[in-house]
Ligand binder design. Structure first.
Ligand code: FAD
Length: 517
């Protein structure tokens, strides 16, 4: 009994000492932030929101959230923390729209910068021969689309979902069905304004401070905070012809996809997805997609087979409709899909680009949006994609899928190898995205644990079969894994980190570097 009492007293004393030590070391962090002269404000109480993301699996509470009104608010804060040096443990995460999957925009007991608060200068569209738009790093792509459409223009390269910020997608790559032609979003930026980990505000482009420019693009938030970006635009179409055709054979499907991205393609958007063990599928499409031949289509039975759906879009304007229809007809006649499964739809351009938001509204109304999202995104070299498909769709995921599985090829020539993003070595590689949603607290095949096990099996297969796969939106826990991910690019990545963020203040939620203390 005496021993127990002694142990208890000792523990209390020990914990008190630790608390006193922490307070002695960091008595002034919140108050020192409070003394900064800024246009916006810090919030030290309502910080819960910054500890959440779309993945819904990780929660790190920050000490404070900065709601910046100006770029100088961000620079002042970063400079202040940089000047505190390694003696403080404070780190900083820019938070775009918080649609990361594993806490990448979160920071434990640090400062989150709420980029959407960043105001002005106002978005500015520049028309002319090479049109572009200047936007804030915290701007949502949907707002850029709306504003540029008022000038008859639009960005060239997209993500499937537009309620993401410019800074958030440019820190990764920004890939969608336009990437085969225009490259990812990081290939469509002319210029950036960046606040580095030392609090310096730097303009950069291909010509000016080019090393910083390419570091930041695809740089996972490690080198600076993007406060402004100049995005390339093109004339916007009014309408989109949206087409889906089905295949039962992966090789035929992939051959057609690769043919379409390699030539001077008729289509402006090329994607594809996998359909596992679903019946009644074609009926579900009827509301928005019409079969070209309804009688034949009604005879098509999927019988629970795994199907591959090629999804195409052709931009058009009313005056060119006849020519466009003919062009589409010619192109489709060269494909080898199941003839009865040609489905068509025609929608306004903005509706096509903002299509995932319509699903979001539906899912939110059913309480199915804010669930755990154990997503897995892979980039697979063309020569290995058949091997991958055989094992994954023929063995690992045969019964069901817990969300869309996208699969489509892109051309490496449209990616700039000076950026920080890591991609496979071949000229053509596939994005395969397992966009799973887990049913909270389910222990079945729709539960988080089951999906994570499946993801692990897929990753292990890629590793064992040496497919040369790279993760997109990568997530690792150890520096060794990061080093393997970057491969020969690791040294440059580390060098860039020591130049632009030597104290490793930025985006600690990526778990690549730790602040030296
Ligand atoms: P956040 O989650 O807020 O931040 C992501 C990372 O970037 C963090 O490390 C953060 O610190 C850093 N960061 C944020 N802002 C800045 C800034 N201004 N400067 C520097 N660093 C910054 N991706 C695709 O490529 N194609 C898709 O089709 C696609 N579809 C998606 C659909 C949905 C429904 C969701 C949830 C995600 C999708 N993504 C897609 C992934 C998405 O591009 C990334 O998750 C992106 O990071 C989210 O942007 P965000 O503004 O929410 O960033």
């Amino acid at each position: 009994k005496t021993n127990m009492l002694f142990l208890k007293s000792f523990m209390i004393l020990f914990l008190s000492c630790i608390t006193i030590k922490i307070n002695l070391c960091f008595p002034s962090i919140p108050s020192s932030l409070k003394t900064l002269s800024i246009d916006g404000h810090f919030n030290f109480e309502e910080v819960d929101h910054a500890a959440k993301d779309f993945g819904n699996r990780y929660r790190f509470l920050p000490l404070a959230v900065l709601h910046p009104k100006s770029v100088s608010d961000i620079a002042t804060t970063l400079k202040h923390i940089w000047q505190m040096g390694p003696r403080s443990e404070l780190t900083v995460a820019a938070r775009g729209h918080g649609h990361s999957l594993q806490g990448q925009a979160q920071v434990h007991r640090g400062v989150v910068i709420n980029m959407e608060s960043l105001q002005g200068p106002k978005m500015q569209v520049h028309a002319g021969k090479f049109p572009y738009v200047d936007v804030s790093g915290g701007e949502l792509w949907i707002n850029i689309l709306r504003e540029s459409l008022r000038h008859g223009l639009a960005p060239k390269s997209w993500t499937d979902y537009l309620h993401l910020t410019v800074g958030g997608t440019l820190s990764n790559a920004g890939i969608s069905g336009q990437a085969f032609r225009h490259g990812p979003q990081i290939s469509n930026v002319h210029q950036l304004e960046v606040v580095t980990g030392k609090g310096e505000v730097v303009n950069c482009s291909e010509k000016q401070n080019s090393d910083l420019f390419y570091s930041v693009l695809g740089g996972l938030g490690q080198f600076g905070i993007i406060t402004r970006a100049r995005i390339s635009l093109e004339p916007a179409p009014e309408m989109v012809k949206w087409i889906r055709v089905l295949y039962t054979n992966f090789a035929t499907f992939a051959r057609d996809q690769e043919k379409l991205i390699s030539e001077e393609s008729t289509f402006d958007y090329i994607e594809g997805f996998v359909i596992i063990n679903r019946t009644g599928l074609l009926n579900n499409w009827r509301s928005s997609f019409n079969p070209q031949d309804p009688v034949q289509a009604s005879q098509f039975k999927s019988d629970g087979r795994t199907l591959f759906c090629l999804e195409l879009a052709k931009y058009s304007n009313p005056e060119e409709m006849a020519a466009v229809n003919q062009e589409i007809k010619n192109s489709l006649s060269q494909l080898n899909h199941i003839p009865s499964t040609l489905f068509l739809s025609e929608v306004p351009y903005i509706e096509f680009l903002d299509r995932v938001h319509i699903s979001e509204i539906k899912l939110r109304s059913k309480g199915l949006w804010e669930v755990p999202h154990p997503w897995l995104n892979l980039l697979i070299p063309r020569s290995k994609v058949h091997n991958f498909a055989q094992e994954v769709f023929g063995n690992i995921l045969t019964d069901t899928s817990n969300g869309p599985i996208l699969i489509y090829p892109v051309n490496k020539s449209k990616w700039d190898n000076r950026t920080s993003v890591v991609i496979p070595e071949e000229d053509v590689f596939y994005l395969v995205a397992f966009l799973s949603s887990a049913v909270p607290s389910s222990t079945g095949t729709d539960g988080l644990d089951h999906i994570l096990i499946q993801n692990k099996r897929i990753l292990e297969f890629c590793e064992i079969a040496r497919l040369g796969v790279k993760q997109y939106l990568p997530h690792y826990s150890t520096q060794e894994e990061w080093q393997a991910h970057f491969g020969p690019q690791w040294e440059v990545f580390v060098q860039r980190k020591s130049t632009y963020d030597p104290l490793a203040l930025l985006a600690p939620g990526q778990r690549i570097f730790q602040k030296p203390i």
